[in-house]
Design a protein around this ligand. Structure first.
Ligand SMILES: C[C@@]1(CC(=O)O)c2cc3[nH]c(cc4nc(cc5[nH]c(cc(n2)[C@H]1CCC(=O)O)[C@@](C)(CC(=O)O)[C@@H]5CCC(=O)O)C(CC(=O)O)=C4CCC(=O)O)c(CCC(=O)O)c3CC(=O)O
Ligand SMILES: NC(=O)C1=CN([C@@H]2O[C@H](COP(=O)(O)OP(=O)(O)OC[C@H]3O[C@@H](n4cnc5c(N)ncnc54)[C@H](O)[C@@H]3O)[C@@H](O)[C@H]2O)C=CC1
Length: 185
């Protein structure tokens, strides 16, 4: 079943990452630009993951996950090589308002991590709804290559025009005209 792309504010929200390997590293890197309050718990950490954690002063604990870790979390990313733990954490969160992402099984996910392209406020998320992650990565690369190099500048000009005029039909027309002019193939 295809998933709806809901864009969510993560600023200041608590995100727990369980796991310290290559996949946890990628999830943390992808989360950082959206400024959540990340904490990482893992039995072991790869050197690269630990370096990233230290570079960004992310709190971390080297130990096994325990259920009380879930308290107060907005999102939990279960990036462990243990499907049973992914299932357990999914089960433990059913009566709580916590969104879970389990890296090994869409069945234990409330939401799925997209491949994405971010150019300031423009964010393009790509998913195959769990069915072909490698394809999502490929589509992301294709989009990156084909977006205008000056997208940030285009965004800035459009934002400025919108700010300079009152809301209404006239502004809508001008904005769409400017977008057409600036965004030529
Ligand atoms: C369901 C999901 C759960 C989640 O993590 O949210 C999930 C699950 C699994 N991934 C697996 C494999 C791979 N994942 C990637 C890459 C990415 N995976 C990402 C997301 C997701 N992966 C979610 C669905 C996304 C969607 O709907 O499309 C991306 C988009 C986002 C990110 O992680 O940042 C990121 C690309 C980022 C980018 O490049 O921009 C590659 C390619 C590579 O490594 O280069 C491979 C190898 C090729 C392949 O198998 O396709 C496996 C099998 C593991 C095994 O075989 O052991 C599972 C488990 C399963 O499928 O059962
Ligand atoms: N969703 C995705 O994008 C992808 C998912 N995967 C899957 O993701 C999983 C993780 O992959 P890697 O990061 O490469 O594995 P890894 O073995 O490098 O890392 C697993 C981490 O989980 C930690 N861990 C295990 N049990 C724990 C527990 N009870 N409490 C706390 N920490 C615990 C380990 O200490 C380790 O740091 C694999 O099962 C793999 O199949 C693989 C590729 C892509």
């Amino acid at each position: 079943m295809a998933l709806f792309p809901m864009f969510v504010s993560l600023e200041g929200k608590k995100v727990l990452v369980v796991g310290g390997g290559a996949v946890a590293l990628r999830k943390i890197e992808k989360l950082l630009p959206f400024k959540p309050e990340i904490k990482v718990i893992s039995k072991e950490f790869s050197e690269e993951t630990l370096n990233l954690i230290k570079k960004h002063n992310i709190p971390y604990e080297k130990r096994a996950f325990k259920p009380s870790d879930l308290q107060g979390q907005f999102i939990v990313i279960v990036a462990v090589d243990d499907i049973k733990l992914q299932e357990e954490i999914f089960r433990l969160t059913r009566d709580k308002n916590i969104f879970v992402n389990a890296v090994d099984s869409p069945d234990y996910c409330d939401f799925i991590f997209p491949a994405y392209v971010k150019r300031e406020d423009v964010v393009i998320g790509i998913t195959s709804s769990g069915s072909a992650p490698g394809l999502s990565a490929k589509i992301r690369k294709h989009i990156e290559k084909n977006l205008p190099q000056n997208l940030e500048q285009i965004l800035k000009q459009v934002k400025n025009l919108r700010k300079s005029l009152p809301k209404g039909k006239e502004r809508q027309k001008k904005v769409l005209q400017l977008v057409e002019e600036l965004f030529k193939d």
